[in-house]
Structures are given as structure tokens and as C-alpha cells.
Design a protein around this ligand. Structure first.
Ligand SMILES: Nc1ncnc2c1ncn2[C@@H]1O[C@H](COP(=O)(O)OP(=O)(O)OP(=O)(O)O)[C@@H](O)[C@H]1O
Ligand SMILES: [Mg+2]
Length: 333
């Protein structure tokens, strides 16, 4: 039992309403020592709820300045993992270091370096949006100006509105404002854009990129939107049944980078399709055959969603065999 006791309570917390493995771009090996340079370093993390194991021996390093997206189906263990890193939940086994400290015992100075957007989000409030952001700012030594943050999340027009009167998407924007107002070195974002309209999601993406690029903020993000992971993440980790199935840059997940391309075109009134490792050669051959434009020509590679669904879809059969998880079911892959 390495886990601290009694950390599931939030009473001790700031009022948030709402040539290592990391550098190799992969998961650390089980038993590899904690990475002292990483923003987040986790080894053998286990969390049980009664007889159920929610996190089952998870190893992960997230480097400073990186945006890391944790993907996985409902109940996979994402929030549990994230909240253990935030110091919100205790653990049953394993080691965790976040900004060099154990979240189970770290103090207020450590907490003041974190920004947190919980999955559950802010509750109803009688305070105005501006008052809520100012109150949150007061807990941080170098907080941003509240109105500047409201502008960043697109809530300027709602600055005088009471928290409880906000729409679902506006409330989520407020959660993001509360998460970033303290100018955190490390920002946790648990499904931050749920309920956002498409424009708000794009604005949020550009805000997140600017936090990384201009301020060097490290971010651990969970999301069910694969396009969001692809747009934002330097690396993604797929978690299933409390274990990390794979860690990779989005373009390489599940062998995606080297997967055959699918070339489609129309010929003799029929839509034709061929998977090939050499699409350029096939397109050249088609161009010669047609003597110019190839009707309805398209070349596609598997999307992040394609590879993710494959990885998740085969989990039940492969759950007890770590080696099998890396195989691909479709021989064409
Ligand atoms: N406080 C709790 N008490 C008992 N079981 C819990 C508790 N919190 C989570 N669990 C269980 O642990 C497992 C992992 O839950 P977790 O919230 O970490 O999943 P998740 O990956 O964040 O899912 P989602 O995508 O739905 O947010 C689930 O089976 C869940 O029912
Ligand atoms: Mg969750």
C-alpha cells in the first residue's frame, strides 16, 4: 500500500469550482524509475473501488510543456487517473510525482501551480461570473486579470450574469476560465469542451495552443472528441480497463502512420477501391490509364477515430494479454 489515506475529500483544496520514456514518445517500461524531469510521472498506479479495479497498473510520463490527451471509453479510468494526479483521490498502489511532488502529500505552494477543470464542473452559484473568476484568482500569487480571462473564453457579455443562469456550454467556459486564471504551470482538463458549440470549441483550441506556445503550460486533457485530440495533443494515450494500451503521437497511433492508404476512383460506372502501401505508384498508373484526370479519385489513410475504434473494439478479447494488444485484427493493417 503506497497510497495515502483520506485524500478523496476536497476540504484541503483550493476552491476550484469546477532520454526518458516521455522523450522517446512512448510509455515507460513497468518498473522503470520515476522520471524526475517529467511534469507527471506515474508508475504501477492502482485504484480500486471495492472489488472493482478502476486503474490497474498504469505507467505514464508527461513531459513539461506537452499537451497529452488521454482517450478511452466511458469507465476506462481516465478521471480516476487524472484526479489522483491532482491530489483529489487517493490511490491503492503505485508511485506518482506531479511537478516533482507526490500529490498525496504536496502543500499549497504545489497546488497553486495547478489549474483544474473537473469533469463534474462548477455547481450553481449566486455569484456573478466575474466574481467567481476574481475569487478564484485571489488564491494564486500571479493570477491573470479576470476580465482578460473572460474575454479569452468568450464570456465577456456574461460577466455580470449569475453562475446559475448560464447555459451548459457557457458554464463549461466558466470552468475553463477558473482553470486558467491562476496562470498554472500544469493544467488538467477533464472533458473540457463537452457542450461547446463548434465555434467555441475552435476558440478553446486556439486558447489551449497559446497557453502551450506562449506560456509553456503543460496540459493533461481527456476527451471523447478524436478531432480535438488530433488538433491539440502532442501525444495521445489510449486507456482501457485501467491500463494504457498505447501511447503515441496522434499521426502514429495504432500503426496509423505506416498503414496502407486506400485509393478510390470510378471506372466503368463502378466505384473501385484498393488498399496499397504505394499509393503514389497506383495513382500514376491510374493517371496513365485514364490519360489524365481519374474520375472521383481519393486517397485516404485511417483517421485517428478509425484506429481508436479498432483498439477499443478488440480490447475484451485481448484484455489479459498485453502482447496481443499491439496486434491488428485487419491483416490489411
Ligand atoms: N467514487 C467511485 N466509487 C466507485 N466506483 C467509481 C468511483 N469513481 C469511479 N468509479 C468507477 O471506476 C471506473 C473508472 O471511472 P472513471 O470515472 O475514472 O472513468 P472515465 O474513463 O473517466 O470515464 P468517462 O469517459 O465516462 O468519464 C468506472 O467503472 C467507475 O464506475
Ligand atoms: Mg471521466
Amino acid at each position: 500500500m503506497c497510497g495515502p489515506e483520506g485524500r478523496d475529500v476536497m476540504g484541503d483544496w483550493l476552491p476550484v469550482t469546477s532520454t526518458t520514456a516521455a522523450h522517446r514518445g512512448v510509455r515507460p517500461h513497468p518498473g522503470e524509475p520515476l522520471d524526475p524531469d517529467a511534469a507527471i510521472s506515474v508508475r504501477g498506479l492502482v485504484k480500486r473501488y471495492g472489488a472493482a479495479t478502476a486503474v490497474d497498473g498504469l505507467d505514464l510520463d508527461i513531459r513539461r510543456g506537452e499537451i497529452f490527451a488521454l482517450l478511452g471509453p466511458n469507465g476506462a479510468g481516465k478521471t480516476t487517473t487524472v484526479e489522483i494526479c491532482e491530489g483529489y483521490r487517493n490511490r491503492d498502489a503505485g508511485e506518482v510525482r506531479v511537478l516533482g511532488e507526490d500529490p498525496a502529500s504536496a502543500g499549497r505552494r504545489w497546488k497553486a501551480q495547478l489549474g483544474i477543470v473537473l469533469q463534474s464542473g462548477a455547481g450553481d452559484s449566486q455569484l456573478t461570473v466575474r466574481e467567481l473568476v476574481r475569487a478564484q484568482a485571489s488564491y494564486y500569487p500571479d493570477a491573470r486579470d479576470a476580465d482578460e480571462v473572460l474575454e479569452l473564453v468568450g464570456l465577456t457579455e456574461k460577466a455580470r450574469a449569475r453562475g446559475r443562469t448560464l447555459s451548459g456550454g457557457q458554464r463549461r467556459r466558466l470552468d475553463v476560465a477558473l482553470g486558467i486564471v491562476g496562470r498554472p504551470a500544469l493544467l488538467f482538463l477533464d472533458e473540457p469542451t463537452t457542450g461547446f458549440d463548434p465555434e467555441a470549441r475552435r476558440q478553446f483550441w486556439s486558447l489551449i495552443r497559446s497557453l502551450r506556445d506562449d506560456l509553456g503550460t503543460t496540459m493533461l486533457l481527456t476527451t471523447h472528441y478524436l478531432d480535438e485530440a488530433e488538433a491539440l495533443a502532442d501525444r495521445v494515450g489510449v486507456i482501457a480497463r485501467g491500463r494504457l494500451a498505447e501511447v503515441a503521437v496522434p499521426s502514429a497511433l495504432g500503426g496509423r502512420g505506416s498503414a496502407p492508404a486506400v485509393v478510390t476512383w470510378r471506372e466503368d460506372g463502378v466505384r473501385r477501391e484498393r488498399a496499397t502501401a504505394t499509393p503514389t505508384a497506383l495513382v500514376r498508373e491510374l493517371a496513365e490509364r485514364f490519360g489524365g484526370e481519374v474520375p472521383e479519385l481519393a486517397v485516404a489513410r485511417p483517421t485517428l477515430e478509425d484506429v481508436y475504434l479498432r483498439m477499443i473494439g478488440k480490447r475484451p478479447e485481448a484484455a489479459d494479454d498485453a502482447g496481443a494488444r499491439d496486434e491488428r485484427e485487419d491483416p490489411a493493417w
